[in-house]
Design a protein around this ligand. Structure first.
Ligand code: SF4
Length: 93
């Protein structure tokens, strides 16, 4: 069995081998500019920015998009009012 390079191992899904990296444009294409789901309240823009600032400096923030603890795309999760940071050391936002 061929060894998996560090780069390939870090950027491919363990289940299907697709890339786990998404560009901001791909995220917008998947979810739209804003999240529109009935009955779900969104965080204010300033709260969203505060949350993302915490994520961007967190060592659990992977690929510029994803929290290693919950596997969520933070561009989406941070927009949901009721979301919280799942850091096992204590919520960072
Ligand atoms: S642990 Fe919290 S701050 Fe860090 S990436 Fe996950 S949600 Fe963001």
């Amino acid at each position: 069995m061929a060894a998996i390079s560090g780069e390939a191992h870090e950027t491919n899904c363990k289940g299907c081998s697709a890339s786990v990296r998404l560009s901001p444009e791909e995220i917008v294409k998947l979810f739209g500019d804003t999240v529109r789901v009935k009955e779900v309240k969104l965080a204010t823009e300033s709260e969203y920015e505060r949350r993302m600032a915490q994520c961007r400096k967190c060592e659990a923030f992977q690929f510029g998009t994803t929290c290693r603890w919950c596997g969520c795309l933070m561009d989406i999760k941070a927009k949901l009012e009721k979301s919280s940071c799942p850091s096992p050391g204590g919520s960072l936002w």
